[in-house]
Design a protein around this ligand. Structure first.
Ligand SMILES: C[S@@+](CC[C@H](N)C(=O)[O-])C[C@H]1O[C@@H](n2cnc3c(N)ncnc32)[C@H](O)[C@@H]1O
Length: 377
């Protein structure tokens, strides 16, 4: 068993047995080298859903590498450069926090819920602004790391949070976690939209009328290929091959088909206030993460040494660890993936909810005319 080098929670949850670890290690270790992104695992029909155990394993192992590379309390979602790539990663993450604060109102006395709170970057920001933040995560290592810094992160499924769970909030945020909320398996069962709709309905219960919800997520982009064409046997460097590599890294998660699907399933509880693409900023974020992860460190070397047996015995691991390949970056560059920062506002009366803004109407039309992306139904 791997043990944390700095006194934090064990890097691998003790309850996970060797067979399970063997099956799933790929998704974890590759992250630093090939996909330091929120979670993309796309399209492998044989794989299980992103359940508690998947996420526990993933984030508890990368816990060590993440903190050694990026520092405590760092963000693990796309930063906001607004195209100014002279900014440092930290400045761009700070700019993102300021943007979220401006959009949903983070200020003294405000209570904010962070769904999928990671290592507590936003919770820390909320505290510094005089607000009160509560996060949920499925990683005990993340919850422990937050606790160590005096932040309130609970080990709880974000999909299950209602007003009864933690009470009411003035605002809600979720960055880089929506990608986990529906699995590929659930997509194939035709449940994707139902899952998103239920999630929005639950979030609505914790907010007052007019309350804001900031959602930052990856989506399949305009050039996404049909799901069934994704195949690791496809020619190297093809779209299908890159997408298949990604599925090896993070099985168990799936993405919405464009922001339209997110916006539509948010009704009747939320109207879209604004939307902006973070795709190019995410590419830069990935570049910066890769640099940080590659920086030499004795502790990181120890972690990597512990992974050698896996590399020798797992073909999947070697595949996903293809040197020099960053499939998520390629997928963003080719617009197989996109990334959005969506600001929602809770409707006062669900029954009267219609596409109320020109922006939503436009998105609706885009959704109807989009033919390249496969449909979930
Ligand atoms: C890529 S990290 C993003 C973390 C953080 N929001 C940030 O921006 O740094 C994804 C987070 O979502 C959490 N997560 C994924 N699915 C979840 C679920 N169903 N319930 C609670 N947390 C979940 C993971 O545990 C992890 O903390």
């Amino acid at each position: 068993m791997l043990v944390s080098t700095d006194g934090a929670a064990p890097a691998i949850a003790p309850h996970i047995n060797a067979a399970w670890a063997s099956r799933n290690l790929t998704r974890v270790v590759l992250l630093p080298a090939a996909a330091p992104v929120g979670l993309l695992s796309l399209l492998d029909p044989s794989d299980a859903i992103a359940d508690r155990k998947d996420l526990e394993f993933t984030y508890s192992l990368i816990d060590r590498i993440f903190r050694l590379s990026l520092g405590e309390l760092a963000d693990f979602s796309g930063a906001k450069y607004d195209g100014d790539f002279s900014l440092t990663l930290e400045q761009a993450q700070g700019r993102k926090h300021d943007y979220v604060a401006e959009q949903i109102g983070i200020q003294p006395g405000r209570r904010v819920l962070d769904l999928g709170s990671g290592w507590g970057a936003l919770l820390n920001y909320i505290r510094a602004r005089g607000g009160s933040g509560l996060g949920v995560t499925l990683s005990s290592a993340q919850a422990t790391a937050c606790e160590r810094h005096g932040l309130d992160a609970r080990l709880h499924d974000a999909r299950e949070v209602t007003r009864e769970t933690f009470g009411e909030f003035d605002a809600v945020a979720s960055l880089g976690a929506f990608e986990h909320f529906c699995s590929q398996e659930e997509y194939r069962e035709g449940r994707q939209e139902e899952i998103y709709r239920e999630l929005f309905a639950r979030i609505a219960t914790v907010l007052p009328d007019g309350g804001r919800f900031y959602l930052q997520t990856m989506v399949f982009g305009p050039n996404m290929i049909p799901v069934d064409e994704v195949d690791i046997r496809a020619p190297r460097d093809s779209d299908a091959w890159h997408l298949a590599l990604m599925q090896r890294q993070f099985p168990g998660s799936f993405l919405p088909f464009g922001q339209e699907q997110v916006v539509q399933t948010a009704r009747p509880h939320f109207r879209l206030v604004s939307s902006s693409s973070g795709r190019l900023d995410y590419i830069e974020t990935i570049l910066q993460w890769r640099k940080r992860f590659a920086e030499p460190s004795f502790r990181k070397t120890l972690v990597k040494l512990e992974l050698i047996p896996r590399w020798l015995t797992s073909a999947d691991f070697r595949l996903a660890f293809t040197p020099g390949v960053s499939p998520n970056r390629v997928c963003f560059e080719r617009e197989l993936l996109d990334h959005h920062r969506l600001v929602f506002e809770k409707n006062a009366d669900p029954a009267s909810a219609t596409p109320s803004s020109a922006l939503e109407a436009t998105l609706g039309r885009m959704g109807e005319s989009r033919s390249a992306a496969p449909s979930s139904s």
